[in-house]
Ligand binder design. Structure first.
Ligand SMILES: [Zn+2]
Length: 101
C-alpha cells in the first residue's frame, strides 16, 4: 500500500496534495526560443509539495508536446498558455492560484 509521507494515511485517503494545490502561486508565460519559436513556462510550483516530474509528464501527455522540468519550472514546447491553464485546473489547481503573463 502507498502511504503518504506527510500525513501517514494511505494515498487514497490523503488530501495533502489537494491542500498543497490550493496554496500554489503559479505563473504561466511564454518564453522566446531560437528561430522565433516560443515555449510555455509554468513556474511558481512548490516542488516540496508537488511532484514536478509527474506534473510535467501529465502536461506533456495532455498537450501532446515535448517538455522538460528544471529548478521548479516546467517548460513545454510551443505556445499553450490557455490550454495549460485549463489542464492545471483539471488537475486540481484552483483557477485563482494560476496567473497568466
Ligand atoms: Zn498525506
Amino acid at each position: 500500500m502507498n502511504i503518504c509521507n506527510t500525513c501517514g494515511l494511505p494515498k487514497e485517503l490523503c488530501v495533502c496534495e489537494s491542500i498543497a494545490k490550493e496554496s500554489q502561486q503559479i505563473t504561466i508565460m511564454l518564453v522566446k526560443k531560437k528561430f522565433g519559436k516560443k515555449n510555455t513556462v509554468v513556474e511558481g510550483i512548490d516542488t516540496k509539495q508537488i511532484d514536478l516530474k509527474d506534473l510535467t509528464k501529465k502536461l506533456k501527455n495532455m498537450l501532446a508536446c515535448g517538455g522538460t522540468f528544471k529548478d521548479g519550472k516546467v517548460e513545454l514546447q510551443g505556445e499553450h498558455i490557455s490550454k495549460v491553464r485549463e489542464e492545471l485546473i483539471k488537475l486540481g489547481f484552483p483557477p485563482e492560484t494560476i496567473q497568466v503573463k
